[in-house]
Design a protein around this ligand. Structure first.
Ligand code: ASP
Length: 424
């Protein structure tokens, strides 16, 4: 049985078991919850996420040094970097525009009754200034950057090292060979870890669905469905159109090849933890060469969050409508700008998108405690938007690779590429 089928079975059985435990009305003190769902199963889920996160820093570093060395060697780095960042910003801008238009048409906040929804206090975190955000990208100590998992700093160091390698002649070639070998070994390690994904997602889904609060969804059905609709439009129309027009490839084949990272993103709600799986799928299944993939995918997992921007757009309109505050056209433009910035600043971990929403609300003078209205349904939406975030990273990487002649079409056209774990 192939890996996707096993992951799907793991997800479905976790979902069924979690719901069964929830519906059976077992209290929090019961041994099934204490030792099983909150004990063994929760530990299983945590171990799975930890083993993925374990790979992130070494993998990004090793693959990016090699990637940057060949990009630097060809003098293509600026162009590839520009295209990648430009496309990330563009897709996020489109995502949030779709979200705003849809939310204004559906008006989810107008039907929301204030008797059902009572916001409590919300402690907004002060937003970092643009200057500090910019300065913070540059590491003072690469080891600290790696130890603290600061992805943008690790990316900067790897890029610099890669460029220096490409300019150091003999020594550079030797060290690059070493990094190339290490990269292959890392990819092998990921393949081994992904084999555990069916069990990992089973554990994550069981814990989540044994707790998830359904009542909140009914109270916020209109908001919930508007976010889902906007995510669906973005994933099924915007990305395929861009892939067909700019990369001239079959979008359905592409989405099919991205199914494993999307499923892992859905189960973990973390594009950061999914990064190793995304990188592997984009390289081995889609056929994006390491030069582009090793740069675009880690950068995307850090700064590109289209799904998050969609949630923030719908949430802003919902909160404005709930409090009956009119937003002007310039307010909406401000929302597009700040939500794009906020999604860049959003780390790829569960639930952060909601915290960053405070920045967007603040900019247009909406009450930040409005976040408390939607917090109850955010866990489920987080799963869906993280899948869209990851699909967006893959889409941009593929388009950039195609434009640079770095997309291997034989790999892309081969339905079995990357499926045989021994080849990886
Ligand atoms: N969980 C999202 C991600 O990791 C971020 C967010 O929207 O909260 O991509």
């Amino acid at each position: 049985m192939n890996l996707t089928a096993r992951i799907l079975i793991g997800m479905a059985s976790g979902l069924a078991l979690g719901l069964l435990i929830q519906l059976s009305g077992i209290g929090p003190e019961h041994w099934i919850r204490v030792y099983f769902t909150d004990g063994l199963i929760d530990a299983g889920g945590d171990i799975f996420i930890r083993s993925l996160k374990l790979m992130v820093v070494p993998l990004v570093f090793v693959s990016l040094v090699c990637g940057a060395a060949s990009l630097g060697g060809h003098g293509n780095m600026g162009r590839v970097g520009g295209k990648t960042v430009g496309l990330y910003l563009f897709t996020t801008g489109v995502a949030i525009t779709i979200a705003l238009v849809l939310a204004l048409l559906i008006a989810p906040g107008e039907g929301a009754s204030s008797a059902d929804l009572v916001p409590s206090e919300f402690q907004a975190q002060p937003a970092q200034s643009i200057k500090d955000t910019l300065v913070d990208i540059f590491p003072t100590n690469p080891v600290t950057a790696m130890a603290e998992g600061r992805m943008l700093q690790v990316i900067v160091f790897a890029l610099l090292l890669g460029v220096a390698l490409s300019r150091t002649g003999e020594a550079g070639v030797r060290v690059c060979g070493f990094f190339d070998d290490l990269n292959e070994i890392m990819m092998k390690l990921i393949t081994m870890l992904i084999e555990l994904a069916p069990i990992g997602v089973f554990c994550l889904m069981t814990t989540l669905f044994s707790k998830v609060g359904w009542q909140e969804i009914f109270k916020l059905l209109s908001y919930f469905m508007t976010v889902i609709l906007a995510l669906a439009i973005h994933a099924s129309l915007v990305y395929p159109t861009l892939l067909a027009l700019l990369a001239r490839i079959n979008p359905l084949k592409f989405i099919n090849k991205m199914r494993e990272p999307m499923l892992v993103a859905f189960s973990t709600s973390s594009s950061g933890a999914t990064l190793p799986v995304t990188l592997q799928a984009v390289k081995k299944r889609v056929g994006v060469k390491n030069e582009v993939a090793s740069f675009a995918i880690p950068l995307g997992a850090t700064i590109n969050m289209d799904g998050t921007a969609i949630m923030q757009g719908v949430a802003t309109v919902f909160i404005a409508q709930f409090y009956a505050i009119d937003l002007s056209l310039s307010d909406y433009l401000m929302v597009i700008l700040t939500a794009t910035m906020a999604s860049i600043g959003t780390a790829g971990v569960p639930g952060v998108g909601l915290i960053m929403l405070a920045m967007v609300l603040d900019q247009v003078g909406l009450p930040v405690e409005g976040i408390m209205l939607i917090i109850g349904v955010d866990r489920l939406l987080d799963m869906l938007r993280t899948s869209v975030n990851v699909l967006g990273d893959g889409t941009v990487a593929t388009i950039v690779a195609r434009s640079e002649n770095d997309l291997d079409l034989t790999v892309f056209e081969d339905p079995d590429a990357g499926m045989d774990s021994d080849q990886v």
